[in-house]
Design a binder for this molecule. Structure first.
Ligand SMILES: NC(=O)c1ccc[n+]([C@@H]2O[C@H](COP(=O)([O-])OP(=O)(O)OC[C@H]3O[C@@H](n4cnc5c(N)ncnc54)[C@H](OP(=O)(O)O)[C@@H]3O)[C@@H](O)[C@H]2O)c1
Length: 274
């Protein structure tokens, strides 16, 4: 597979202040990619920008909440103004809610969709016309293995990720021939603040955000459409579930893919009312 040269390209990353977004931003910086870093927390974004600049690239901070359409548009326009063009846009910002389906409220479910699904689409629609005009661009979307197989007790989160997976599968096909690519990313449980309050057994240990970031960079450079991390175990689960949903459900139980809460508090998220 022919590799794309990334050095000198410009990327925007949402949710760049932490976890997978931060790791991907720094991995891209390591490849010589300039960065527009987007999230809500300015202080954490500035710290990531400093780390990226130390790797020799330009890094600019744009504070935006992806649930706010005007703020997203302003961030994308600001990045285009500063850099002249964007080559890569990583829609990564997302939140997690661990709650059995029967205890969820409609408000919580809507809140999850506002960030994980509509937030991603706000970013997509803000950058897509630019990508189409320039006849090139890579849209990277952090989905989750929860967007391939539902794991309890994540029903609201799973629903947002299945919706994203479906939308992006169609967008990818519709953009064929335009020069614009869509890369969907399906990490398994990853060691970030988002799930610090959940422990996983050794057999399904959390992967590092750096491992996810490296897989993303390889996919962007290598022109892949989908990335699963860790690839082997995730493919096995997808295959088992396709053969028989009972086998897929059994794998979730047998390998304790739901993990166990360890007593630490989940990341504070206004609007989830936990
Ligand atoms: N950790 C996992 O096990 C795992 C597995 C598969 C997929 N994922 C997905 O990976 C993505 C990144 O999560 P992570 O694990 O890296 O968690 P994380 O460390 O908590 O990072 C989440 C990022 O999203 C940003 N964010 C959240 N809501 C936002 C909003 N409304 N507007 C703008 N930025 C927002 C946060 O920044 P601010 O608070 O500064 O805004 C932060 O930078 C998410 O989409 C998540 O669903 C995670």
């Amino acid at each position: 597979m022919k590799k794309q040269q990334l050095r000198g390209q410009n990327a925007a990353v949402t949710g760049a202040s932490s976890g997978i977004g931060r790791a991907t931003a720094l991995a891209l910086a390591g490849q010589g990619v300039n960065l527009a870093l987007i999230a809500r927390n300015r202080e954490r974004l500035e710290a990531v920008a400093e780390e990226a600049r130390a790797l020799g690239v330009r890094a600019e901070v744009f504070v935006a909440d992806t649930t706010d359409e005007a703020a997203v548009k302003a961030a994308v326009e600001g990045a285009l103004e500063r850099f002249g063009r964007l080559d890569i846009f990583h829609c990564n910002a997302g939140i997690y809610l661990r709650c059995p389906a029967r205890d969820l409220t409609m408000e919580q479910i809507r809140h999850m969709f506002e960030t994980n699904f509509y937030g991603t689409l706000r970013c997509t629609y803000a950058v897509l016309p630019h990508f189409i005009r320039q006849g090139r661009g890579t849209l990277v979307v952090t989905v989750s293995m929860d967007g391939k197989k539902g794991v309890p007790p994540d029903a609201a989160y799973v629903a947002t990720k299945f919706a994203l997976n479906g939308f992006m599968q169609v967008l990818r096909q519709e953009l064929r021939g335009t020069g614009v690519r869509v890369v969907t990313v399906f990490p398994s449980r990853t060691d970030t603040p988002q799930i610090e309050f959940v422990d996983c057994p050794a057999v399904t240990a959390k992967v590092s955000p750096q491992r996810v970031a490296e897989a993303i960079v390889r996919a962007v450079a290598g022109r892949k459409k989908e990335v699963m991390v860790p690839a082997g175990a995730c493919r096995l689960l997808v295959w088992a579930d396709a053969v028989s949903p009972s086998l897929g459900d059994w794998m979730i139980r047998a390998f304790r893919l739901d993990g166990r809460e360890n007593g630490k508090p989940p990341v504070e998220e206004k609007g989830l009312n936990r």
